[in-house]
Design a protein around this ligand. Structure first.
Ligand code: ADP
Ligand code: MG
Length: 452
């Protein structure tokens, strides 16, 4: 790879990472050299190197690999000298390509992230099923369900689980040929094989796999010949009773522009979804990550309540949550400051703002009337029978909790009611939820779907 190629690739990365990330992290990267399959980049500080490696390492490695396939690893070196460069071991680990035996230039396996193991995967209600199924596949025993289809929104741990399966199988069953790759890479290899007239090799290669994992399969929707080839590969492997694991951002039936026969094949095995995280899971993940960080940054203290604050406020995906924690530690270590709530609020202002999705009174009223199966006009209208009054109070309660509107304002939006009426309703629900499990559950469900 020449400096010029790197320059081009670098500016292409802007589309993938967004303007701000590009400016802060990618643009400063200088290519130093490529040797022995390692591309080395210079960064201003080791902190930046760690951060880039952790957040963009895979992406950069993948893109570099498209230009210079012999590059198997990337490394970031701080220009401030060696001492700086040997930052905490865990983070300075460069993104590593999959084991040499699998990437001898033959099987198009993608790099496995060595942080994505079962050890580091935190299990909670939203992901316990997916975790159990992944564990089962990782035992490498007889195939019980095929394929395992994992789906869920972005950042919920699909890729993590697939890598964990691969790591464990590679340990337990060295005899098995385990291949993990993204659907995009599958397509890329397929197109390459077509171009180089190597379709026989391509087919041969995939048919010799024991465990095939294809990530983000929604990517091949609408790409007809890739779909077709994928379908054949899939069938050939299933016929040989080889395990397949697939992930996508939605259920098989909901992927548009995917052939029906493929959809129905995908549904034949075990379809499991990863649900959005709940507070407990987020806190668990933060605790586990911060335990590992504390080992890397001894002497850096974190005040009580910071993790709880993050788990509460950042309810989008786990990647964002992790990014927040990484930044927090990096920043605190840079300024040599204890991690306090104020520091978190300061240093994460942009992330916190972005996750503060504004929930409107309208939205709450709509969701609540849907939930209780009453008309919106009845919720807002004057009728005082219990069937309307209770949902109305629930909606008022949620408006008070989830928006920053004042009581008089909420009253106005509920058919011009007085603020004391709203206050009464809010209090009533607050009491009821302590005594009535049904109400508590309704509230929880509504809150979740409004946040989601
Ligand atoms: P997806 O592939 O579903 O978009 P990833 O598997 O890439 O999501 O996960 C995003 C990030 O969140 C990764 O760094 C991953 O390690 C982390 N993550 C997600 N779920 C968990 C979990 N349950 N425990 C620990 N880390 C998790
Ligand atoms: Mg993924």
């Amino acid at each position: 790879m020449t400096n010029e190629q790197w320059g081009q690739l670098k500016s292409d990365l802007q589309h993938s990472v967004g303007k701000n990330n590009y400016k802060s992290w990618i643009e400063p990267l200088e290519l130093d050299n490529v040797s022995d399959g390692v591309a080395t980049f210079t960064v201003p500080t080791s902190f930046m190197g760690n951060y880039i490696s952790q957040n963009f390492g895979d992406l950069i490695l993948y893109r570099v690999g498209l230009i210079t396939p012999k590059v198997r690893r990337i490394h970031f070196q701080a220009s401030q000298g060696k001492a700086e460069a040997s930052a905490p071991a865990r983070q300075s680990k460069p993104a590593t390509a999959s084991r040499a035996s699998l990437t001898d230039g033959q099987i198009p396996a993608a790099p496995l992230d060595d942080r994505f193991t079962f050890d580091t995967f935190v299990v909670g209600k939203p992901n316990e099923l997916a975790h159990a199924a992944a564990k089962r596949v990782a035992e490498g025993g007889p195939v019980t369900f095929n394929p395992l289809f994992l789906y869920g929104g972005v950042g919920l741990g699909k890729t993590h689980l697939m890598h964990a399966i691969a790591w464990e199988l590679r340990q337990k069953r060295r005899d098995l040929n385990v291949v993990y790759l993204s659907a995009e890479q599958f397509m890329y290899r397929f197109v390459q094989a077509l171009r180089d007239r190597k379709m026989m090799d391509f087919k041969e290669m995939f048919r010799s796999v024991d465990v095939l994992m294809v990530d983000d399969v929604q990517f091949i929707a609408g790409k007809d010949s890739t779909q077709e080839e994928f379908f054949h590969t899939f069938n050939a492997l299933v016929d040989q009773n080889k395990q397949i694991v697939i992930s996508a951002d939605r259920a098989p039936g909901e992927i548009e522009n995917l052939e029906d026969r493929i959809k129905s094949r995908l549904q034949c095995g075990l379809v499991v979804d990863l649900h959005p995280t709940d507070y407990e899971l987020r806190l668990g993940i933060l605790q586990s990550k911060s335990d590992r960080y504390s080992a890397d940054y001894p002497g850096l203290h974190m005040s009580d309540g910071v993790l709880e604050f993050l788990a509460q406020r950042i309810s989008t995906n786990v990647r964002v949550l992790e990014g927040a924690l990484t930044r927090l530690y990096a920043f605190a270590s840079l300024v040599g400051h204890e991690i306090t709530l104020e520091l978190a609020q300061d240093c994460l202002a942009d992330i916190l703002r972005a996750s503060d999705r504004k929930i409107s009174i309208d939205e709450i009223q709509r969701q609540v009337s849907d939930h209780y199966n009453i008309r919106l006009s009845d919720m807002i209208g004057p009728k005082r029978v219990r069937t309307f009054a209770r949902p109305r109070q629930v909606a008022m309660f949620l408006c008070k909790q989830m928006t920053s509107r004042s009581l008089p304002e909420i009253g106005r939006r509920f058919g011009g009611r007085d603020h004391t009426t709203v206050m009464h309703g809010v209090r009533r629900i607050d009491e009821l939820r302590q005594q009535d499990a049904q109400i508590a559950e309704d509230l929880e469900m509504l809150r979740r779907s409004l946040e989601g």
